[in-house]
Design a protein around this ligand. Structure first.
Ligand SMILES: C[S@@+](CC[C@H](N)C(=O)[O-])C[C@H]1O[C@@H](n2cnc3c(N)ncnc32)[C@H](O)[C@@H]1O
Length: 324
């Protein structure tokens, strides 16, 4: 946490081993840590170490609902040893904020998206559909909300998506929840979901539903935020017993789930707003425990998890064995 009016610096940036090759995906993650959601104003400043001259200054205003990944400004000539640069994040005098630095390479989403061939569904594309129709890809987009509902539910962070909504092919979307995909059983080659799995109550029954929709050899391909490398870091990780306990219950979030996430006081308001929230929090390890359980008891034939260092996302691919 950066208390008001303080700063944190990395001195001699190019001397820091993880930063020696240009870290294209590396960034500061900044967020307001005020319980009252007061905005956190921060400056990210790159200075020449020797002279203190500011060579790059970026200003950010962040609410806790709107954490931002701020790319590290990088000296134009990074291969030279001199001059060295210092990078600081400075909180203004009013409010505190949280800052952490991610220094692992990107996991490339295209590596996952390339696996999505044939007939499939992308669940929860929102304004960011990632599997695109192509000669060898026939994708149906299924989101639980239509455009009007989606824009209403995500109104609280409109500035992050308003530029994209007009280019989103909403007319191609089916309004359908991940627990009721509007396709025949045994008809899909793939099911893709990015930043959706952690929103799901009752993940084990979702996996069963998806397996029913897949052909033999079909794939579940998913991107899940890593709870300890994202804004979820303060939340308690979901445990397998909690997830198993949901199995006989509902598959859609109810008031109890809103209360657990937003607190008793705000639960009704957030439920009325249909505010988006995470029902579960996973690390690569705990996701592995859940998928192992699904493999042992819920028909999953195999799974693979990819997660590097402190990267903010976990990739997983899972599925049904090909017909023998
Ligand atoms: C955090 S957004 C992710 C959007 C996009 N896939 C991305 O990676 O940027 C979650 C999306 O999943 C949708 N969603 C959440 N739960 C869902 C469910 N049970 N069934 C279908 N869509 C769901 C939301 O409406 C929203 O569009």
């Amino acid at each position: 946490d950066l208390p008001p009016g303080t700063s944190i610096s990395l001195l001699g940036l190019q001397d820091l081993k993880p930063l020696q090759s240009f870290p294209n995906s590396t960034g500061w993650v900044l967020f307001s840590s005020s319980p009252r959601e007061e905005p956190f104003h921060a400056r990210v400043v790159l200075r020449e170490s020797h002279s203190g001259v500011e060579v790059d200054v970026r200003e950010f205003t962040l609410s806790s609902a709107n954490p931002a990944i701020v790319p590290i400004p990088w000296p134009a000539v990074s291969t030279h040893r001199q001059p060295l640069f210092d990078l600081s994040v400075e909180a203004d005098a009013r409010n505190a904020g949280g800052v952490f630095l991610s220094v692992t390479p990107l996991q490339d989403r295209q590596d996952l998206i390339r696996l999505c061939k044939g007939v499939g569904v992308e669940i929860g594309p929102g304004v960011n559909p990632q599997v695109l129709t192509a000669p060898d890809v026939d994708v149906t987009y299924c989101d639980e909300m239509d455009r009007a509902e989606w824009e209403q539910a995500y109104a609280y962070k409109k500035h992050t998506w308003e530029a994209r909504t007009s280019a989103t092919p909403w007319h191609l979307y089916r309004k359908a929840s991940g627990d009721a995909l509007p396709v025949e059983d045994g008809s899909l080659d793939f099911i893709f979901a990015s930043h959706v799995f952690e929103h799901l109550v009752n993940p084990l029954r979702h996996i069963e539903h998806w397996l029913a929709k897949l052909k033999p050899g079909g794939l579940i391909v998913a991107i899940v935020p890593h709870a300890e490398c994202s804004v979820d870091y303060a939340r308690p990780l979901s445990t397998l017993p909690e997830i198993i306990a949901e199995y006989d219950g509902p598959m859609r979030p109810g008031r109890e789930h809103y209360a657990k996430f937003f607190g008793e006081k705000d639960a009704d308001r957030r439920l009325r707003e249909r505010r988006s929230f995470h029902a579960h929090f996973y690390t690569a390890e705990t996701l592995g425990v859940v998928l192992s359980h699904a493999a042992a008891y819920h028909g999953l034939d195999w799974y693979q998890i990819e997660h590097r260092g402190n990267y903010q996302e976990i990739f997983f691919v899972a599925g049904k064995a090909p017909a023998s």
